[in-house]
Design a protein around this ligand. Structure first.
Ligand SMILES: [Zn+2]
Length: 422
């Protein structure tokens, strides 16, 4: 059993940038706030109140060497001339400032360059939410987050958000998760349906360096794809298949095949896509209207978060390579590896992956837990990037999208997958 005593000496942290601002100011003393994790002897000290916190809040007094403490403060912090803070002679850890927070990534990533890159993430579910946090951990400094859903109980098993986030807009909860990793990140929140707010989406795509499309319907992918082509932007699309038996990732680069070239190819299997949300699947026409709410439950079949993570991870790597292009980063070698535009992954040899090779005896077949890259070629008649006139998102086009599907994963061999850059 852990007793209170096992926590040892109390520990304190103070925000480096707030402390620096105090040192530079004319002030000799300042009031503050101490947020203590109940019974854990851990206290985070701030000069400004934080917007949301769990734990006991204590009043704090910060004083420079020539300053005087506020007598009624519960915690009295002395700040030496060299900027070192202490409490009753005990050390306080200073949380590094902006320039130093992600210096461990230096050498591998150009942290300063990433800090100025902007990523738009459309859809903050089991794919989009871990992508947001991973990119923040890598040092990406600017985000736009689009999703109109709230965090619900059924999300918890596959989402980065916690039980404390229930009911919150995903844009708010994921923004906080990003800020928890990088408090200097700039996060713009778009809690709206992009299918109905295409003008706003267009502005955001025009501003973004990379767009991550993590939605679960082809309408949003179509709209996004059109705008990516129009603005010459890089877009990365990811999907999970049925119960996350596998998934796929597509990267649309300017002037190269777009997502709808993929959709028109033999590789794309719309019918196998995972249905995670009844309302969304109904909107996309993937659950027929005559199916009752009760029976619709059977359509909603989700996989494990652990099976989604590889897909999200691949999307993050592709994004970091794109964002780091032209810099002398430690991941430059990946530019030569990620030449294909379509990547497929299987978690289990089930359904469309049933005929894949065994992990230990591949027999010339693809196997689970390995990525395979494929070159999808440009479709000259593509409705989005081809020579034909671009289509509007009218109902008949959306109907034709809904009926698209093929089953080419089932008899796939490695010969099909070995690709060459055209
Ligand atoms: Zn196209």
């Amino acid at each position: 059993m852990v007793t209170e005593n096992d926590y040892g000496q109390p520990v304190f942290y103070v925000d480096g940038e707030e402390l620096e601002a105090f040192l530079k100011s004319e002030l000799t003393e300042s009031k503050g706030y101490g947020y203590e994790w109940e019974n854990e002897k851990v206290t985070h000290l701030h000069f400004r109140p934080i917007t949301h916190a769990f734990g006991n809040v204590k009043t704090v007094s910060f004083a420079k060497h020539n300053g005087r403490h506020f007598e009624d403060a519960a915690l009295k912090i002395d700040v030496k001339e060299d900027g070192t803070p202490s409490i009753e002679g005990n050390e306080i850890t200073v949380i590094p400032s902006r320039e130093n927070l992600y210096k461990r990534n230096k050498g591998l990533l150009e942290v300063d360059i990433l800090a100025n890159k902007r990523v738009l993430i459309i859809g903050l579910g089991s794919g989009g939410s871990p992508i947001a946090v991973e990119l923040a951990k890598a040092g990406v400094g600017q985000f736009a987050l689009a999703d109109f859903d709230r965090v619900e109980l059924h999300n918890l098993s596959r989402h980065i958000c916690t039980i404390n986030d229930l009911g919150r807009l995903k844009t708010d909860a994921v923004a906080d998760a990003i800020m928890g990793k990088n408090p200097y990140a700039v996060v713009d929140k778009l809690p709206l349906d992009i299918n109905k707010n295409q003008d706003i989406l267009e502005d955001e795509i025009a501003k973004a360096d990379v767009v991550m499309c993590c939605t679960d319907n082809n309408q949003s992918r179509f709209i996004t794809s059109q705008l990516l082509v129009k603005h010459g932007k890089v877009g990365i699309f990811g999907r999970a298949i049925t119960r996350a038996e596998g998934g796929d990732v597509f990267i649309a680069r300017p002037g190269k095949p777009c997502y709808f070239c993929l959709l028109g190819s033999d590789w794309f299997d719309q019918s196998a896509e995972e249905i995670t949300n009844e309302a969304s699947a109904r909107r996309a026409g993937r659950i027929p209207a005559y199916v009752s709410a009760e029976d619709a439950e059977a359509f909603v079949q989700v996989g494990l978060g652990a099976d989604i993570e590889p897909i999200a991870n691949m999307m993050v790597k592709l994004a970091l390579v794109e964002l780091s292009k032209g810099t002398d980063s430690g991941i430059t070698s990946l530019e030569d590896e990620f030449k294909a535009n379509y990547y497929i992954w299987a978690n289990r040899r089930e359904r469309q992956y049933a005929n894949w090779g065994s992990f230990h005896n591949t027999d010339g077949m693809p196997t689970i837990m390995r990525w395979y890259g494929i070159d999808i070629s440009k479709d000259d008649n593509c409705a989005v990037c081809g020579k034909a006139e671009a289509l509007e998102t009218d109902d008949s086009f959306m109907e034709s999208l809904k009926s698209m599907g093929s089953d080419n994963f089932s008899d796939l061999s490695l010969d099909d997958i070995t690709t060459s850059e055209s």
